[in-house]
Structures are given as structure tokens and as C-alpha cells.
Design a protein around this ligand. Sequence first.
Ligand code: SAM
Length: 235
Amino acid sequence: LLFDEDFVAPDRVVLRGRRLEHIKSILGAAIGDRLPVGRVNGLMGLGEVISLTNSEAELIIKLDQQPPRPLPLTLILAMPRPKMFRRILQTSATLGIKDIWLINSYKVEKSFWQTPWLSDDNLRENLTLGLEQAKDTAMPRVHIRKLFKPFVEDELPALLEDKEALVAHPGTPTPCPTHLNRPAALCIGPEGGFTPYEVGKLEEAGCQSVHLGPRILRVETAVPVLTSRLFNACL
Ligand code: SAM
């Protein structure tokens, strides 16, 4: 994925650091090779390697293909523990989710919010890894809300307008739908689950509680399983 700062001319980029390593050691690129590239929030295409040294690679690029369509899903996720967080971000970006809301919940430990992975640079790095995996360019937006009640009462109802809104909650009577054909918002709880109070507030804001059967999935599993269950046709 190419960022504005990589461009030295409208059709030329210079890559260093992680991306240089990636094209050298993972793709085994040599001068003359054509590699798939994309411009962040822009088109996909090919880049021809015209010079390659230990410190940088220069490519001439031609961008003329649309990236895959975004998934019509807004993910509202109780802040996961740092160990899982990076992987969940990468997976969400790979699946084509473009709006990720990280919210507080009673069972989110305060320390989770201290993770360095929440810095803009680290968010961008992990989302980029996820987009590159999917050959996508549209950078997801991450919204951070450290207070549950103001988010659910003041912001959520408007966010849910024109969307099918679900909260995944084990043990609730309604099964999760197997497909949706309109944009959706999906709330996923923390490791210990949403409290009954929180589920009540999410329902008041317009979400329907749904279950996925008797197996309790880890959050990092619940995100891709629910996404593919609801939007298999779009993936
Ligand atoms: N003991 C917690 C509970 O009963 O809510 C388990 C939480 S689970 C590890 C983390 C989140 O993943 C849940 O809050 C829910 O959003 C989602 N989840 C996992 N398994 C689920 C299932 N079988 N049905 C519905 N949601 C599930």
C-alpha cells in the first residue's frame, strides 16, 4: 500500500523500511519485476521495480483498477485486550470493514486503553497490513469512545439509522441471521461479555440481541465468524 509520502513523482514511488523488506524478502523482487500496488484510499495497479538497493526500492507505477467493494458493516467492539487487538484490527481491515468503533464496557480492563497499539501510527500500520493482505486500499476509520453511556445514548441511535443493528450476546433467545441484504452494525462484547445493563442500553438504542449457538467464541474468532455469516455474499 502506497502513501502520499512514498511518491517522488506522480508515477514514481520510493519504498524503504518494512515495505522494502517485504518486496525483497517475501516477494523476492528483482529489477524489472511488476508488483501489485495500491494507493491508500485510491486505485490498485502494478509497480515496476526500476532500482533496488539495500536501503530503498524505486518503482514506476500504473494505477487503473478499483479496489474491492467495502463491506457494508460497522463494527462496534468492546476494547479488546492488547494481545488480541492488533490481530483483530488486521482481520477487520482484511474483511473490508471500514468503520470500527472501539467502545468501553464494564468488563474492559482500564489497562487495555493504555496500549501503545492505539496510537495513530500503530493503528495505521496494522490496518495497512490487513488491507495489503486483501489487496484493498480503503483505510478503515477507527473511532475511540472511552465512555459507554454517552456513546450509547448520544451517538449510537444516529449511527444505527438505516442499518440492521445487532448485538452478539450468548444465551439470548434469537439466533443470529444467516445473511443480511442491507448495511449493518454489529456490537461484539469483551472477553467477559456485555453486562445485562449494557445489553439493555444497546437494545434501547436500536440493537437486537442475537446468539450464535452454544459455543462461546473468542472475540478474535467472533469478528470473522459473524462477518462471514452475515455478509458471505459480499466477501
Ligand atoms: N462469558 C461471556 C458471555 O457469556 O457473554 C463470553 C463473551 S465472548 C468470549 C466475547 C463476545 O463474543 C461476546 O460478548 C459476544 O459479543 C461474542 N460471542 C462469542 N460467542 C458468542 C455466541 N455463541 N453467541 C453470541 N455472541 C457470541
